[in-house]
Design a protein around this ligand. Structure first.
Ligand SMILES: [Zn+2]
Length: 433
C-alpha cells in the first residue's frame, strides 16, 4: 500500500503537490481530533485512530472509516479491553493499580475513563498505563481471615488456569473461588517450595480452613444488594397500586419523619446511613446499587422496587427511621417484611424476606446496643410487593424519641448501624448461598 502511494505522489507535479499539502494539512489535524471523539466525549488518551486501525484485529476492519472506528471502540472495544493506543493498556492499568481495582472491579470501560480524565496527569498512574502483566497486590483476605500464607493470586491462576475461565480475571472472585471451592478440594494456592505452610497437608492450611468456618467469614463478591434510602426531599401524595394488579392504592412516596431534637429530616438520616452501608458492603466485596444518592429526586415506591428488579439485586434493603406521635419513650430497631400469605410474592421470597428481617434487626441491635423491637410482616408495603427479591424495611430507630433521634443523627452511631446491617447481610448470604 505504501509503495503505491509513493508512486502516485511522484507522478504529481511539484507545485500541485504543494497545494495539496497545504489543503490537506489542516484537514489531517482536524480529522485527528475528530476521530478520537465520540458523542462529544474525548478518548484521545486511550485511543488513537492510526494505532487502532492498524494494530488491532477488530480495529483493522474500520481502516479508512474514522467515525465507525471510534464508535466500535467505545461501544465494544473498551468492554473487551482492547488496546487502542501505544501508551495505554487497560490490562496493565488494572493489574498495576490495586486501589482503583477495589473501586472499579471488572468494569473495564471505567478504567479507560479514569485514565482519560485524571490518571494521565499523575505519574503514579502513567507508570502503570503499560507494561504490567501480573496482578499486583491481589486481595488475600477473605472475610476476616488473612490467607496470604497459603494463597498467591498469580501462582494460583497459573497453576489452575481454568479458574479464570470460570470466574474471570478478578482478584476478589478468584480468591472467593479458592476459599469456597479450591480449599475444599485441597488445591495448592501458593508455591509450596517457597513456603511449607502453603502445602494443603500442612497444619497451617488446615487451621485456616477451620478458621474460615468458625468466624463465619463471608465475601460478597458476585452478590448484588440494592439499598433504598427511604423518602426524598419532597413527597408525592398521589396514589399508586400497592402491588402488581392490585386495586388498592397508597401514596407514591411520602416525605418521612422530622427529628425535633436533631433538627434533621428522616430522608437525610436515611441517606447518610445508606451511604455508609454502601461503602461497608463494597469493602466486603458486594456490588451495591442505590435508588438515590441525593435528596432532590422523584422516585415512587413502585419505581424503587422496579429499579432493584432491573438491577437484578439479590436482596433489597430499605433504610428508614420511625416516628410515633406522643410516644417519646418508644425506642429500638425493628423491620418490616412481607406476611406469609402475601399474594404478590412467591413463598421463597416471603420466607427469605422474613429471615432477612430477623437477621438485620438482630445484627443492628448487636452492633449498637439498641432494643430489639418486634418485626412486622405485612401485605400493604408497595416497595416490598413490587420487588421480585427478598426486600426488608429497616426502621433504624425512633426519631420521636429525644435521645434516639440524636443518636440516629450522629455519624459514629450511623457507622455502627451500617456495620451491623452489613453483618446481618453477610449472615443472610451465609445461610442462602
Ligand atoms: Zn420512613
Amino acid at each position: 500500500m505504501r509503495g503505491a502511494s509513493l508512486k502516485t505522489r511522484r507522478a504529481v507535479p511539484f507545485a500541485m503537490l504543494l497545494v495539496l499539502l497545504v489543503l490537506a494539512a489542516p484537514c489531517t489535524v482536524f480529522a485527528g481530533n475528530a476521530t478520537s471523539k465520540y458523542k462529544g466525549v474525548s478518548y484521545s488518551r486511550v485511543y488513537d485512530y492510526e494505532y487502532y486501525t492498524t494494530e488491532t484485529t477488530y480495529g483493522k476492519r474500520y481502516a479508512g472509516k474514522p467515525e465507525k472506528a471510534i464508535a466500535h471502540f467505545v461501544r465494544y472495544g473498551m468492554k473487551r479491553g482492547e488496546q487502542a493506543i501505544a501508551s495505554f493498556d487497560v490490562k496493565s492499568y488494572r493489574y498495576g493499580c490495586p486501589k482503583l481495582r477495589r473501586e472499579l472491579g471488572t468494569d473495564l470501560p471505567a478504567y479507560y475513563m479514569h485514565y482519560q480524565k485524571t490518571g494521565y496527569k499523575r505519574a503514579y498512574y502513567r507508570k502503570r498505563a503499560v507494561g504490567i502483566s501480573e496482578m499486583q497486590e491481589a486481595i488475600t483476605k477473605y472475610g476476616k481471615v488473612e490467607l496470604k500464607s497459603i494463597y498467591d493470586y498469580n501462582y494460583y491462576v497459573n497453576r489452575y488456569p481454568a479458574v479464570i475461565r470460570k470466574v474471570g480475571d478478578d482478584d476478589r472472585a478468584v480468591l472467593k473461588y479458592f476459599v469456597t471451592k479450591g480449599m475444599k478440594k485441597n488445591q495448592t494456592g501458593r508455591d509450596p517450595e517457597k513456603s511449607e505452610k502453603a502445602s494443603p497437608k500442612s497444619a497451617a492450611y488446615k487451621k485456616l480452613k477451620k478458621k474460615i468456618k468458625s468466624t463465619h467469614s463471608f465475601d460478597g463478591t458476585g452478590l448484588i444488594v440494592c439499598i433504598d434510602p427511604g423518602h426524598q426531599a419532597v413527597g408525592d401524595y398521589s396514589h399508586e397500586a400497592i402491588g402488581p394488579g392490585s386495586g388498592t392504592t397508597k401514596p407514591k412516596v411520602t416525605s418521612g419523619a422530622y427529628g425535633h431534637w436533631s433538627h434533621k429530616n428522616e430522608f437525610e438520616i436515611n441517606l447518610e446511613v445508606s451511604k455508609k452501608l454502601r461503602d461497608e458492603l463494597k469493602a466486603r466485596g458486594y456490588t451495591v446499587v442505590m435508588t438515590r444518592t441525593t435528596h432532590n429526586v422523584h422516585i415512587t415506591n413502585i419505581e424503587r422496587a422496579q429499579f432493584a428488579n432491573k438491577s437484578k439485586a439479590d436482596i433489597m434493603v430499605r433504610i428508614h427511621a420511625n416516628d410515633i406521635d406522643g410516644a417519646s419513650s418508644l425506642n429500638g430497631v425493628f423491620c418490616y417484611a412481607a406476611a406469609g400469605n402475601n399474594r404478590f410474592l412467591s413463598q421463597k421470597v416471603i420466607t427469605r424476606g422474613q429471615r432477612l428481617a430477623v437477621l438485620l434487626r438482630d445484627a443492628q441491635a448487636a452492633a449498637t446496643g439498641q432494643r430489639k423491637g418486634g418485626n412486622f410482616y405485612e401485605n400493604d408495603m408497595t416497595g416490598i410487593n413490587w420487588a421480585k427479591m427478598p426486600c426488608v424495611i429497616v426502621e433504624m430507630g425512633y426519631m420521636s424519641n429525644p435521645s434516639e433521634d440524636m443518636r440516629l443523627a450522629n455519624s459514629g452511631f450511623q457507622m455502627k448501624i451500617a456495620k451491623g446491617l452489613a453483618n446481618g447481610i453477610d449472615q443472610y448470604f451465609l445461610e442462602f448461598t
